[in-house]
Design a protein around this ligand. Structure first.
Ligand code: DX5
Ligand code: ZN
Length: 227
């Protein structure tokens, strides 16, 4: 796959119907999702619990695009192989989750998967300065991780800084948290190309009424196009 910095929308299934993931994933993909974002939480690194490797493996059967697995867990290294085997296309780990992000990214790459590194709102861009050659994606959190539906925290200064640090490298900048038609243009203007969106994609829709998901994603794309 060659690197392309086009705008991608990655719905977070954290905002989907938890009793119906297969149909929810197919619905957002049919409606134009580029990637599917899976939020893994451990009740320790973040104050919420979600999906272990067997759940992610079950999601994989329904994903035909690209499965973006966001690990909000600590420690992370002991679980990398399990999430790789579960079928992640890209695995993102947090710099704050342990003392050895360089080793963690090496371990993700060693599984043959793409590697992402995430930064909490309080963490500076410089924290990833020495691992950019080991990363396929930098995820800038625009909420404190743990829950969907939180208010966007402006990180445009950090995004600009990362864009300059990344230069010509084939590294995506992903934004996660509070992305909607109002905030998406700000982060894209600053240099982001992958937009995770949970509540802004799923709100008002359902597997019985999936056109709403499509309209919600179009609203984000159109807002970005008008910027
Ligand atoms: C937050 C998660 C996000 C979240 C985004 O911890 O990493 O992916 O689900 O949800 P919204 O778009 O509702 O802020
Ligand atoms: Zn996420």
């Amino acid at each position: 796959m060659t690197f392309e910095r086009k705008i991608r929308i990655a719905p977070s299934i954290l905002s989907a119907d938890f009793a119906d993931f297969g149909r929810e994933i197919r619905a957002v993909e049919d409606q134009g999702a580029d990637w599917v974002h899976v939020d893994v939480m451990d009740g320790h690194f973040v104050p919420n619990l979600t999906f272990g490797p067997p759940a992610v493996k079950a999601f994989r059967k329904h994903v035909t695009t690209f499965m973006d697995v966001h690990l909000m867990i600590a420690p992370v290294d002991p679980y990398i192989e399990a999430y790789a085997e579960a079928g992640a296309d890209l695995i993102t780990a947090h710099v704050e989750a342990g003392p050895h992000i360089h080793r963690t990214l090496q371990a993700i790459r060693a599984t043959g998967k793409k590697a992402g590194v995430a930064l909490n709102p309080g963490t500076p861009a410089e924290a990833v300065a020495h691992v950019l050659d080991l990363a396929d994606l930098v995820c800038v959190m625009t909420v404190n991780p743990g829950f969907g539906g939180q208010k966007f925290i402006d990180m445009t200064g950090k995004i600009r800084r990362l864009r300059a640090m990344i230069g010509d490298r084939p590294v995506h900048i992903e934004i996660d948290g509070g992305v909607d038609p109002v905030t998406a243009p700000l982060v894209v203007e600053a240099g982001a190309d992958v937009l995770v969106a949970g509540s802004a994609v799923f709100k008002g829709g359902s597997v019985g009424d999936p056109g709403v998901y499509g309209a919600n994603m179009r609203a984000i794309r159109e807002a970005v196009g008008r910027r």
